[in-house]
Design a protein around this ligand. Structure first.
Ligand code: SF4
Length: 106
């Protein structure tokens, strides 16, 4: 287990997909999208297993647009070793819907 000190956070990019094409995006999604293959993304279990190799106070789940991962609630539920989970989202989704979805899986 790798411990992340409290003053740091673990940030993971669950997907490079995004529903926006911001010109200032540091990841150049618009340019890369044509070459992007969703099959290259890690599976739900691969993400959960990978994240659970770390422990700490804060983890940030980001992308791309993280909510494009349909399995996001499942990944959140699978995270064991972090007390706070941040979502890096552009908020084009309804955050309350996501929270309720996660609660429904309890
Ligand atoms: S990841 Fe953020 S900055 Fe990049 S295209 Fe999407 S919304 Fe824009």
């Amino acid at each position: 287990m790798i411990n992340i000190p409290d003053s740091y956070c673990l940030m993971v990019h669950l997907t490079l997909r995004c529903n926006m094409c911001c010109s200032y995006c540091i990841q150049n999604f618009d340019r890369n999208r044509q070459h992007y293959d969703i099959k290259e993304e890690l599976t739900t279990q691969e993400w959960i297993d990978g994240i659970n190799k770390f422990s700490g106070k804060l983890i940030t789940l980001s992308g791309g647009e993280v909510t494009l991962r349909k399995d996001l609630p499942e990944i959140i539920q699978g995270i064991k070793n972090f007390s706070t989970i941040h979502l890096g989202t552009n908020l084009l989704i309804n955050p309350k819907e996501y929270i309720n979805k996660c609660k429904d899986q309890d």
